[in-house]
Design a protein around this ligand. Structure first.
Ligand code: ZN
Length: 249
């Protein structure tokens, strides 16, 4: 059972989900997998409206549609996935917002696109699983870039502890400031959240300590740390999780 947003669940005619390690694509979205837009995420701010199945989008870190039956998703492994739906279920969007995208203004870009013929106040937003402030240690210079680049956000929100960034809190502040009043946060850290059966199952039944905890999400950071210790450890290539949604046809 993958994570979901109560706010989006309450919208009739929209199905969504946040994938995890056990279901990179949430089971509930698989019937539409072939319709996914084909895009290359580059930690930028370009958001592409789509209207055709499997549309070629080039480089894009966000997608937006009003077409029923088109699955939108973003792939993440520590970056922040954001899902959006209009309350009437007629229009949806998805953004890939890591630290680069947040700093560069992908949320403001999306709000600006909507504001041309719509109002963010008509929408709900959901913040998915991402590197949490519990684990997301970064350089002092990156923290400084955030504090200087986003002076409108209180420092205690940007960096709740020394050299930590709180991507979800930054996103929530920006969403509210950009006119989205209704924001859910799944609240899962991709680096440390354990899956439901973590450590509880000892298949051999011999009482031996399990090999290690079972993590719920693919994490670029955790994988990098493992590979630093053991260079033969497999990369996360092809194992990023989808956060996606579709307007039911
Ligand atoms: Zn954590």
């Amino acid at each position: 059972m993958t994570a979901s947003s109560p706010l989006i669940n309450a919208i009739a005619g929209v199905r969504h989900g946040f994938g995890d390690k056990s279901q990179l694509m949430p089971e509930t979205l698989r019937p539409w997998q072939d319709t996914l837009a084909i895009k290359k995420q580059v930690h930028g701010t370009h958001i592409r409206p789509v209207s055709m199945p499997a549309e070629q989008c080039g480089q894009a870190d966000g997608v937006l549609t009003a077409t029923p039956g088109l699955l939108l998703s973003v792939l993440t492994a520590d970056c922040l996935p954001l899902l959006f739906a209009r309350r009437d279920g007629k229009r949806i969007g998805a953004l890939h917002a890591g630290w680069r995208g947040l700093l560069a203004g992908i949320i403001e870009e999306f709000a600006g696109m909507l504001s041309k013929d719509d109002d963010p106040a008509n929408w709900v937003a959901a913040i998915g699983p991402a590197a949490g402030p519990c684990c997301y240690e970064v350089s002092e210079s990156l923290v400084e870039n955030f504090l200087q680049g986003l002076p409108m956000i209180p420092a205690t929100i940007v960096t709740p502890a020394h050299r930590r960034l709180d991507l979800a809190a930054i996103a929530r502040f920006k969403l509210n400031a950009a006119g989205f009043p209704a924001v859910d946060d799944i609240g899962h850290c991709t680096i440390c959240t354990l899956s439901g059966t973590a450590g509880a199952v000892n298949a051999a039944g011999d009482g031996a300590t399990p090999a290690g905890p079972a993590f719920a999400y693919t994490s670029f950071r955790r994988n990098s740390l493992q590979r630093a210790v053991d260079p033969t450890y497999p990369t996360i290539s092809g194992r990023n999780q989808h956060a996606g949604l579709v307007i039911l046809p």
